[in-house]
Every structure is written in C-alpha cells, then in structure tokens.
Design a protein around this ligand. Structure first.
Ligand code: ZN
Length: 309
C-alpha cells in the first residue's frame, strides 16, 4: 500500500531527526533544578530555526503504557500523536508576532504510575522581516463601505473554522508541496499596498501559473471552500489537532465543504481571485493558533527535507 510506505518513510525520517536534531531545547533553568526529579519522559526537538513564524517538531518518548501526551507552550496546549510504539510527535508553532525571549515548554504524559511531566525552555531569537511594496486594485486597500460587512463576515467565518479543529489527527506521514513551483515571497513580510501599511503576509506565495492543480499537502477535511473578499476563492483544510492549511486566490474549486482529502488530492486550481497582483498560490498554515511559515512545516516534516525556498 502506498500509504503504508509513506507512513514508514515518515517514521524513518523521524528516527533520523531524533539522532540529528537541528536544535535542542535548553536545560531547565537553575531554579527549577533545585529539587532533582527524574523524569521518565525524553524530549527531542527539531526546527529550521527558533524564530517567530517557525514550526517546532517535538519527538517524545514515554515509558511503556504512557498515553495522553501533550506539550504546553506559549499558553497553548498541543496534543501529541503516537507515531510508533512509545514515540509521539507534536507540532508547536511560534507565532509570527512572538516577541523574542525564553518560554517554558512542558511535556506531560499519563503513565501507568500516574501523571509525569518535564519542563524545558525554548528561546525564541529575533527575526527581521522584510517590507514589500505592492500595487493592487484600490478597492482592495480601501474597500468600499458596501464591502465592509462582507469582510467582517469572512473574518468571522475563518476564525470560527480555526476555533473548531478536528479533535483527532487527520494528518499522517510527511507533508508534500501543494505545487512544485518555488515560493517567491517570504512569509512575514510587512506588506505596503499602494503606500498603505497592511497586516503582515501570513503565507508563502508560490509562483505557479494560472490553472496549476493544487494538491493537498496531507490528509484533511475541507472546512471551507468559498469566495472571500481578500483571499478570493479560498479552501481551508483541517488536518486535525489544530493544524490547518489555507489556500487562496484559486481560479476553481475541486472540492467542497465536508470532503475528506488525502495527500496529493487536487483541491483547486491556481488563479488570481481576491487581492493579488497576478496568478499565484498563497498557502498559509496555522498550528494551534500560531501563524507559521508553510516552508518551516516542509522543512521539518516535508517529503524532501531540503527546506527549499
Ligand atoms: Zn500571499
């Protein structure tokens, strides 16, 4: 089975990650170490960098019989997914607007002998995001009053999807690029549209020609497939446990709300609907509320771990 092979590949790559972590969490702060406690939980982490907008992959090993593994960080709790035996993985996003500093991360598990936890610290270092200047249709910068209600509804609609993720992991195995084309616009850029400052760019833009099929990067449920004011024809995939993919500016939908898709299924076609300067794919990822660069997801859990940009 193709899927089984994928899963096996993922497990193998995770095993490699455990041996070769790009980053390692720092030890506990000295004051936390005054009472030495032997934790039976082993934690490894991997990230492209520990900066705002990056995804951190935790690989957690618990004693046999351990369950309910969670990671609490940035005032959010992420449930881990069992990968193999007593190894679990959890995806923790460092939101785009996180201020540099040191943050506690607590891994908790229910063991046969009771609850156990270990707290480490994660140090977020600063990142300088570039500014990009774009010229677009003036109605996209100063929307006409008649559009304001619609924009408000769109925002509420998107937020209600993000507030109600599937409570089980729908994703499994590695994540695939939705299109093969390179990403030509950096996540986190401070956008200036027609000389007016706008909110930061929260996705990666892929320079695909109009009509290019957009493939689901992993398994998920279609929670939204609608025409929205700024993002045009938009699809949101719920990968479960707080992980979402949003695809914007589509020329056509190939799925509808409620569909379940698997890795590689076509969700729509690249287009130029909404606030754009031309056809491209905008892919945005949410990880338990954190806005992260989709390329950081591909870097830690991608099919080819090249971190290509
Ligand atoms: Zn974009």
């Amino acid at each position: 089975m193709k899927l089984d092979r994928r899963l096996a590949a993922s497990v193998t790559s995770l095993a490699v990650l455990t041996l070769l972590p790009v980053t390692r969490l720092r030890a506990q702060a000295p004051e936390d170490r005054k009472v030495p406690t032997q934790t039976p939980i082993a934690v490894e982490s991997k990230a492209r960098s520990l900066q705002p907008g990056e995804l951190v992959l935790y690989s957690i090993t618990v004693p046999p019989g351990g369950t309910n593994v969670t990671v609490a960080a940035f005032e959010r709790t992420v449930r881990a997914v069992r990968r193999e035996g007593d190894t679990w993985v959890a995806l923790v996003g460092i939101d785009l607007t996180t201020k540099p500093g040191t943050f506690p991360t607590t891994v908790t598990a229910t063991l046969p002998a009771g609850k156990a936890s270990t707290t480490q610290s994660l140090t977020v270092v600063p990142k300088q995001f570039p500014t990009r200047r774009l010229t677009v249709n003036p109605a996209m910068v100063n929307p006409p009053p008649a559009a304001l209600d619609r924009i408000k509804r769109d925002t509420e609609r998107i937020n209600s999807v993000y507030r109600s993720p599937a409570l089980e992991a729908l994703w499994s195995g590695p994540f695939a690029r939705p299109v093969i084309d390179t990403a030509n616009s950096r996540f986190g850029s401070r956008s200036v549209f027609n000389n007016t400052r706008s909110s930061p760019h929260t996705g990666a833009d892929f320079s695909s020609p109009a009509g290019t099929p957009i493939k689901a990067p992993n398994r998920g449920r279609v929670r939204l497939a609608e025409d929205l004011y700024f993002s045009g024809n938009t699809v949101i995939l719920d990968h479960g446990l707080g992980l979402f993919s949003l695809f914007a500016h589509l020329s056509a939908f190939k799925v509808q709300e409620g569909d379940t898709v698997t890795t590689g299924d076509i969700v729509g076609l690249v287009g130029a609907t909404g606030r754009v300067t031309g056809p491209h794919l905008h892919w945005a990822v949410r990880a338990t509320g954190a806005r992260i660069d989709p390329l950081s997801l591909l870097a830690v859990l991608g099919e080819e771990e090249t971190g290509r940009d």
